[in-house]
Design a protein around this ligand. Sequence first.
Ligand SMILES: CC(C)(COP(=O)(O)OP(=O)(O)OC[C@H]1O[C@@H](n2cnc3c(N)ncnc32)[C@H](O)[C@@H]1OP(=O)(O)O)[C@@H](O)C(=O)NCCC(=O)NCCS
Length: 169
Amino acid sequence: MLQKDFKLKKILKILIHFFWKRNIHGLSIVKRDCNIARTSRVGPFCVIDGEGGKVIIGERCSVNASSWIGAGMSSIKIGNDVRMGAGVKISCSHHNFDRTDIPIREQGIKNNCDIVIGNDCWIGMGAIICPNVVIGSGVIIGAGAVVVGNIPNNAVVVGNPAKIIKYRH
Ligand SMILES: CC(C)(COP(=O)(O)OP(=O)(O)OC[C@H]1O[C@@H](n2cnc3c(N)ncnc32)[C@H](O)[C@@H]1OP(=O)(O)O)[C@@H](O)C(=O)NCCC(=O)NCCS
């Protein structure tokens, strides 16, 4: 009986560590070529994949549930203190599609489509950040925004395509 209790406690400890105490939730997948600071947290059901490029996430960031971050053949560099709502999508994948005589899947993916995000940004839930953009520091990206161009420091952007509505003071 005592041995059974002991085993149960051990299993419970492992489960708590796996699903709760780790900085990367046990139900998330962090694939190759990713460098995530230990002080940053990744919620459940996220996929983060360097995909042959590189994903770098700085200190004290949070990536909330069901987010996707994929670097394609490029790199995604996220600064410190960046907060992401649920379901944020950040992708550098940009297919070549000029030719119509062969399928898109055979035309390869562009490299040098890097995404850079500065420090202390807040990215609202469901926002999408497309390839080849630089987002400054202190930027707020509204829920559901689609970012297709560079954003200067301290701007607040919303909509599809994301437009600046104001600056933080
Ligand atoms: C972007 C955001 C921070 C702006 O907040 P705010 O400064 O209080 O802005 P306001 O509510 O005053 O809105 C200003 C204008 O932008 C519009 N707007 C605000 N958020 C918007 C959004 N996400 N998408 C489209 N338009 C938006 C408003 O309708 C308003 O338009 P109007 O001037 O024509 O009336 C906020 O709306 C938002 O999207 N927050 C993210 C919430 C979230 O994702 N939380 C979970 C993650 S932690």
